[in-house]
Design a protein around this ligand. Structure first.
Ligand code: DP6
Length: 322
């Protein structure tokens, strides 16, 4: 009983930060993202009656206890749903650096969910795959559907799902990621979601998130880059303001991140379509349009402090590949 699935990472335009329900990972606010074409996790799941425990290998090496536990917990949720009584061997590989603000948990738990369900010979709806993926990692719910995706908060496990709001070819946005550091971050998003509420700003950020979501959708549907840039940068700044004012505080920006953010604002003032957004890491996602992507990539590469650049167009949904 074996299957292999592939899923893309995604970058949020309107961020998920903080949970209304930690156990179910019901988010405090809705979010919007695009999948990143070519930035993938490929995962094989083998359900096997000869296995005594679940096992996990990542990028050809046995995973540590913490990662293995998190995957075993997710497999447990899938076993329950499918009424399955087998352990699994999971083999996973990313084609991008882990733990540096390029969401590896999103593509990992999306690929794991799709592979585990397919390996069991079951067929679930995209909606259900998305809600199951959410239990493993919130942003993984958004890596199940294709293209531009919205994840609604929902009041229950079944309701909190992500769905496509526009296909990948609706608007040719490109994410040019300025990689500032590939080191593992000290505090991951999982712990960060838990402390978000300790910031005085979190309640205000959450209360105004639906309005930003609506503005972002309007900009996206109307392909209005100026409007898009304003709301995306504002939303990223708000999330980082919450992070920096949580107790204990979380500082993800590095000097080179700030330098790149400043350049992005200058380049936009020059007339280029570009805006920034940062996740729980120092890397700067420079969102641009296909017509300006070469120019932006060259400029990002030339900046001091940028180690490398990853470039991704809008990607498809998670799928079984073998
Ligand atoms: C800053 O989905 O990685 O990237 O559910 O604990 O795995 P867990 O958190 P995760 O959080 C993502 C936070 C973010 C913003 C976003 O992608 O919306």
């Amino acid at each position: 009983m074996q299957a292999t699935a592939q899923a893309h990472s995604n970058i949020a335009f309107i961020k998920y930060w903080g949970n209304a329900d930690d156990a179910l990972r019901l988010p405090a606010n809705p979010s919007i993202s695009m999948n990143l074409a070519g930035v993938t996790t490929t995962t094989t799941v083998v359900w096997d009656s000869a296995l005594q425990t679940d096992s996990l290998s990542i990028n050809d090496a046995p995973a540590d206890e913490k990662a293995t536990q998190r995957v075993a917990q997710h497999l447990e949720a899938i076993r329950k749903r499918l009424k399955l009584d087998l352990k699994a061997a999971v083999t996973s590989g990313n084609n991008f650096p882990m733990g540096a603000g390029i969401a590896s948990s999103a593509s990992s738990f999306a690929a794991l969910t799709v592979a585990a369900v397919a390996a069991a010979g079951a067929t679930l709806t995209e909606r259900e795959l998305s809600s199951i993926a959410r239990l493993g990692s919130g942003s993984a719910s958004r890596s199940i559907p294709a293209g531009y995706v919205e994840w609604c908060t929902g009041m229950s496990h079944d309701e909190s799902v992500a769905y496509t709001i526009a296909p990948a070819d609706h608007w040719s946005l490109v994410d040019v990621i300025g990689v500032i550091s590939t080191g593992h971050k000290e505090v991951g998003s999982r712990e960060g979601h838990g402390t978000a509420i300790t910031s005085d700003f979190q309640a205000a950020r959450v209360a105004s998130a639906p309005a930003r979501l609506a503005q972002c959708k309007e900009a996206l549907f109307g392909k209005d880059f100026a409007k898009f840039a304003a709301v995306v940068e504002h939303d990223s700044n708000l999330m980082h303001a919450v992070m920096m004012t949580s107790r204990p505080p979380l500082f993800y920006w590095q000097p080179a991140s700030l330098l790149l953010m400043e350049q992005v604002r200058r380049w936009r003032a020059e007339g280029l379509n570009v805006c920034y957004t940062l996740d729980a890491g120092p890397n700067v996602h420079c969102l641009t349009t296909a017509e300006h992507a070469d120019e932006i990539e060259a400029r990002v590469r030339a900046l001091e402090g940028v180690q490398s650049v990853i470039r991704a167009a809008v990607g498809g949904g998670a799928a079984v590949v073998g």
